[in-house]
Write a protein that binds this ligand. Structure first.
Ligand code: ATP
Ligand code: MG
Length: 422
């Protein structure tokens, strides 16, 4: 990769605000153990970025010149993972400190039909090479435990101050190498309320049609990550503007384009899901897909009803069909989603009209998630707050059983969805 090199900048301890006091003690332990064993040890990636922004990092990544086998010897609790064991997970209870050896961008073979093929996978490299292989400047900063400096090969600190997402190197090349980076750009911009700088943005829009060249499991993981940090609504604004939405969710993009009246409702649903969610973690996949698909589902169902049909699960299955292979949505998630969406018509019924057993309904394994989704619809102004209150009253009366018992469900017409145990 040909990259115009920036001037290396090193920020001394009094020139930045990364403090060991704000760091995870186990991450500090790993850094010191490496350093005391004669190695370079840097805190890297999202950890430094978030500390510089004054935010609490979700996890800590460390890079070092120690090779994986050496890391394994230095830490009893280190486990080598990944293809050819290139990465070490150092475990402290449930916590994992990801520790990797400096790598360089794998060499790419540009001769083969204009596509990028990795000639041989990542080999180890220098700290500088390790910085340049990273995606965005703000993600390539290093905190050096040896002298508490922040090392900046790529102008990351300046971009952090400006609030800019900027590709390292030529964006067209970097996005073609790994289309997932386009989704990552959107995610970081949405989460931190940053701008994607113009050159990176133009390239992103140009390369958006290639997004599906990434492996479906990675795409799915990134879709989930859009919804962490209460950033789903902001992410989807950017997905729409960047043309990535038309790649990832073409049916949804077409639906929102054809029915502009539904756009406000879609936004309100995303905002309600964000409000419902966690400060860090993404909501459950079932709730994410329910939020994305609910508007389409309602319209589809209404069409069936107009034709005099009584649609069951098949309407939701129809909507899921194109999505499942594209993003490799797991069966279990799809099955639960079907039940969650189907349950909504019961929540929507007035108490006097209910013709189902409340106890049986509440005993369904997906009941809690379905109720959560109902509360999201209420928060989005799409369902009745009074009905929600009524249901919550019942839930309080009956705390969830220790082992949620699953009773056999009566099959409804078209009801193919069988719940699998988690
Ligand atoms: P988060 O806070 O969401 O975990 P992060 O920046 O730590 O954000 P990770 O996915 O944990 O993101 O990756 C850690 C680091 O690895 C990134 O900061 C970046 O430097 C590098 N990285 C991750 N994915 C890529 C990629 N697809 N291309 C280049 N570099 C990447
Ligand atoms: Mg991370």
């Amino acid at each position: 990769m040909l990259v115009k090199k920036q001037k290396l900048r090193i920020y001394k301890r009094d020139e930045h605000n990364v403090s060991r006091q704000d760091m995870d003690p186990d991450a500090i332990k790993v850094l010191y153990r490496l350093q005391n064993s004669g190695h370079i040890a840097y805190l890297v990636g999202g950890g430094v970025r978030d500390l510089l922004l004054g935010r609490r990092p979700k996890d800590y990544d460390i890079s070092t010149d120690a090779h994986p086998n050496r890391i394994k010897r230095l830490f009893r609790n280190a486990f080598l993972i990944g293809r050819r064991f290139r990465l070490a997970h150092i475990k402290f209870g449930p916590k994992i400190i990801e520790t990797s050896t400096f790598r360089r961008e794998p060499e790419v073979d540009t001769r083969a039909k204009g596509e990028f093929f990795h000639k041989h996978d990542n080999t180890f490299g220098t700290p500088e090479e390790d910085a340049y292989r990273r995606d965005f400047t703000i993600n390539a900063l290093f905190y050096n435990i040896a002298d508490y400096t922040v090392i900046d090969y790529v102008g990351g600190l300046r971009d952090l101050e400006k609030g800019a997402i900027r590709c390292i190197g030529n964006p067209d090349v970097r996005f073609k190498e790994d289309p997932i980076r386009m989704l990552r750009a959107v995610r970081f911009a949405a989460r931190m309320d940053f701008n994607i700088e113009p050159r990176t943005w133009r390239s992103l829009r140009r390369n958006a049609p290639e997004a599906l060249k990434a492996a479906p499991p990675r795409l799915l993981e990134e879709v989930y990550r859009f919804f962490g940090y209460r950033s789903g609504a902001a992410s989807f604004e950017l997905l729409a503007q960047s043309r990535l939405m038309a790649q990832l969710f073409p049916e949804l993009a077409a639906f929102l384009k054809a029915r502009r009246g539904r756009q406000a409702e879609f936004r309100a649903m995303l905002a309600a899901l964000d409000a419902f969610g966690d400060d860090f973690a993404s909501p459950k996949p079932e709730l994410i897909f329910a939020t994305l698909l609910h508007g389409m589902f309602e319209v589809r169902r209404a069409e069936h009803v107009e034709r005099g049909e009584h649609p069951g699960h098949e309407v939701i299955r129809e909507l899921l069909e194109p999505l499942m292979p594209r993003l490799r949505v797991p069966r279990r998630v799809a099955d639960r989603l079907v039940h969650i969406i189907d349950a909504q018509r019961r929540f929507d019924e007035e108490p006097g009209e209910r013709r189902f057993s409340r106890e049986r309904f509440m005993a369904q394994e997906t009941f809690r998630d379905a109720l959560d989704f109902f509360s999201i619809r209420v928060a989005a102004g799409q369902a009745s707050p009074a009905l929600l209150k009524d249901w919550q009253k019942w839930v309080k009366k009956e705390p969830p059983p220790e082992h949620e018992e699953r009773r056999p469900q009566r099959r409804r017409r078209g009801g193919r969805g069988k719940l699998r145990p988690r």
